[in-house]
Ligand binder design. Structure first.
Ligand code: AMP
Length: 567
């Protein structure tokens, strides 16, 4: 039986080295020496996963639950934990300190008896995850508290991080894939294939060890990574690339992968979470209107309002997140699935069939009202007409798909091209920043952005931008912003408003979390606008009008498609 301490020691060593190759070597050497059960658990743990995506159980531990468990383990008030957190900036380090304070009260662990094994920690996490009902929070806290009472300082560090599934040691899916390939002498591609089909690193690890990776395939009730789309360079260029394309509306909703196993239906979200319990209307549709014993279907869940137009994306997400009073919300915001692909049918994977054949099977098994409409054409005018129709119906644009292509899980390939209006960039004021993590700890890693309310002159925040920055740019920006720090609070700081960022994004959303009332989805720094003064920053009004424009609410369909920069 392998101790959890040796796993914690591995994590510590991995954290200490900076090169990815060194990290992979360490993980590979560790995984190679484990029995099957420990191997399955550790392959997940090392990347900060306790239960694979799509599991019927989830940890359900947020930072506040963890802090409460630490406060109880330490016998100190929660406020003291919060203070330690501000100083350390990391829940793991706080957990170590709590345990350090506690020792050597726990005599048994002091003399090295009842040392935690990897499996002990996992079993305890299962108990945490399974706690349900009214007193579930308390039960979760007690189980975590028990772990902290048994753990050494190093173990506590990683137990804390694992409990909130944030390991911070620089090993992700790719790292574990390479480590497994190395540990058991298998090609990395074979490991990757197994993982993209099953999303269960434990299963993949044991198969890599046994040499049975090629037996892995699409599995009913295990979510498979979704095929993704690339942004097309406009309709004419995209059609040139694909030729005769399968043209579909790009519905404005949220992705669903539906697994039908006899009478039992499971639904997974784009992030492969099991969202079945919150979507009873989709479960009902799948049960009644899909005529197959077993099938995996891919589609978009859309909230259609009374006027027939889709409701905002956030309304759809409300449904996905809902845990209580699900039926009431389902009545308020009913969802309808539009299915556009088939992954598995009657016990067999169909991902290697061309889209045209998968579609033919889909149309056979699903009732027409559930199936997304599709048109085959190579003509620019036809695609443009469908694009305009999609936008005027309130949807996002169109998808152009290669009818001869296989279903490639997790890939953002050229076989699906999305065409949607290009959003104009925004010039926003930088009003705050946050220090980076790990390798980037000495840089300011993310920046808080604001637009201007011209009436009051106030700066209203619209969220944070963190991506689109090279190390070089980060270092330069950190130099500039260090001079502008007004106050620092832990990892975050307020900055004197002086710099303007030009920011691109995928979408503007309504958000109660920011004072502007809006948030940017997938913001990306385009450039620093040294040439612009604060007065030239974009206003709240512009943000609001871009928001409205993107949803086609205040423009006629033709005016809107003219503003589609892709055509
Ligand atoms: P994006 O999120 O912008 O990368 O666009 C891809 C997403 O569009 C998919 O993940 C689906 O959720 C959504 N979508 C809507 N309609 C379709 C469709 N007809 N085919 C594929 N994806 C679609």
């Amino acid at each position: 039986m392998t101790s959890f301490l040796s796993f914690a020691d591995l994590c510590h060593r991995v954290e200490e080295v900076s090169s990815t190759l060194d990290k992979i070597d360490l993980v590979a050497a560790f995984l190679a020496g484990l029995d099957d059960e420990e191997l399955a658990i550790s392959s997940n743990f090392v990347m900060g996963t306790v239960f694979p995506p799509g599991s019927d159980i989830v940890m359900g531990v947020g930072p506040s639950t963890l802090y409460e468990a630490l406060a109880r383990a330490c016998g100190c008030p929660n406020s003291q934990i919060q203070e330690m957190l501000r100083a350390a900036g990391d829940a793991g380090l706080v957990a170590s300190r709590v345990v350090e304070k506690r020792r050597p009260q726990n005599f048994a662990s002091f003399i090295g008896q009842d040392q935690l094994s990897i499996s002990d920690v996992y079993q305890r996490f299962v108990a945490v995850a399974k706690a349900s009902g009214k007193r579930s929070q308390d039960a979760k806290i007690k189980n975590l508290q028990f772990l902290f009472s048994q753990a050494s300082e190093l173990e506590a560090l990683y137990i804390a991080r694992l409990s909130i599934e944030d390991m911070r040691i620089g090993v992700g899916e790719g790292g574990v894939r390479d480590a497994l390939a190395k540990a058991f002498g298998r090609p990395a591609d074979a490991v990757e294939r197994g993982y993209s089909l099953t999303n269960d690193m434990g299963l993949v690890a044991v198969s890599a060890k046994k040499g049975t990776l090629s037996d892995l395939g699409v599995m009913l009730n295990h979510p498979i990574k979704m095929m993704l789309a690339q942004l097309g360079a406009g309709i004419p260029a995209s059609l040139k690339e694909i030729g005769t394309a399968a043209i579909e509306w790009k519905y404005d909703g949220a992705r669903v992968q539906i697994h039908k196993d006899g009478e039992k239906v499971r639904i997974f979200s784009r992030r492969l979470e099991n969202v079945t319990a919150s979507l009873p209307d989709i479960v009902r549709d799948a049960t009644q209107m899909i005529h197959a014993k077993t099938a995996i279907l891919d589609g978009e869940a859309v909230a259609i309002a009374e006027d027939g137009r889709p409701r905002a994306f956030q309304e759809v997400l409300k449904r996905f997140r809902r845990k209580y009073n699900v039926k009431r919300l389902a009545a308020e915001i009913p969802l309808k699935p539009f299915l556009f692909d088939l992954i598995y049918l009657e016990g067999e994977s169909v991902i290697d069939l061309p889209l045209s054949e998968r579609r033919a099977l889909l149309v056979k098994v699903a009732e027409p009202s559930l199936v997304a409409e599709q048109f085959l054409s190579e003509k620019v005018e036809v695609a443009k007409r469908i694009y305009k129709e999609a936008l005027s119906a309130g949807h996002e644009g169109i998808m152009l798909k290669n009818p001869a292509s296989a279903y490639t899980p997790g890939k953002r390939g050229k076989n699906w091209l999305k065409i949607k209006p290009v959003m104009e960039t925004l010039d926003l004021v930088v009003i705050g920043a946050r220090w980076g993590e790990g390798r980037r700890a000495s840089f300011l890693g993310s920046y808080r952005l604001a637009c201007v309310d011209p009436e009051t002159g106030r700066l209203l925040d619209v969220g944070w931008v963190a991506t689109g920055l090279t190390d070089e740019a980060l270092s330069e920006l950190t130099g500039i912003f260090k001079e502008l720090i007004v106050v620092q609070k832990g990892m975050e700081m307020e900055l004197k408003p002086a710099v303007i960022f030009e920011v691109a994004y995928e979408e503007i959303q309504k958000s109660p979390n920011y004072s502007s009332g809006f948030a940017l989805r997938f913001p990306r720094l385009v450039r620093v606008r040294d040439d612009k003064s604060l007065e030239e920053a974009d206003t709240l009004e512009r943000v609001a009008s871009l928001y409205k424009m993107q949803r086609g609410r205040n423009k006629s369909p033709s005016a809107r498609s003219e503003s589609a920069g892709q055509e």
